[in-house]
Design a binder for this molecule. Sequence first.
Ligand code: DX5
Ligand code: ZN
Length: 222
Amino acid sequence: MPARINPSILAADFVNMERDLDRIASADLVHVDVMDNHFVPNLTLGAPVVAALRASTALPLDCHLMIDDPDRWAVEFVQAGAANVTFHAEAAGDVVQTARSIRAAGARAGLAVKPGTDVEPYFDVLGEFDMLLVMTVEPGFGGQEFLRDMMPKVAQARRFLRDTGSALWIQVDGGVDADTIEECARAGADVFVAGSAVYGAADPAAAVEALRAHASAAVSAR
Ligand code: DX5
Ligand code: ZN
């Protein structure tokens, strides 16, 4: 199982986005943080911007919806060109129906949980999903400190997936950098979001390669 690195463009230069997308050509997917100033205090971008991003990069788009009522909005992001749409368990009315609508529209479906939300109550619906996102910061802002306490949650999910023979991806998001990525990989993550660690580096493409090398070693050792 390869380690996937998804740089978060929240840390990119929004005025020079095409250039900053080119700088991460070695990435696996582009992580796009959608915030609505309701589910989280911050406000970022919506489906029209996702469509513009789609036209500006060959990389698949990994949309992370931090919005209220994803049941209503998720499919718009598929139509805008997202390859993956992840929504928050805490915000959704019907997680199964929303996952099915994302898949029916042609994208992978992801389920995200905030640091205070347990994963176990969602184990029985994970078959409806392609990815589980375990947040390693409180969603809303880039550049926050990594929450190491989330590692047991990642490990618990990885055990469940292993026991059930599931190929679901486990993503971690928040505070992931060269110092923290290996423990995420050891705990069971295989998709890694990194904003500051990629765009804060002098050479973002080299940062992606370095993160992948760190993570791949730990993924194959587990
Ligand atoms: C936080 C976002 C993250 C954020 C990560 O709510 O979901 O994707 O961009 O940024 P870093 O890697 O700087 O913690
Ligand atoms: Zn995110």
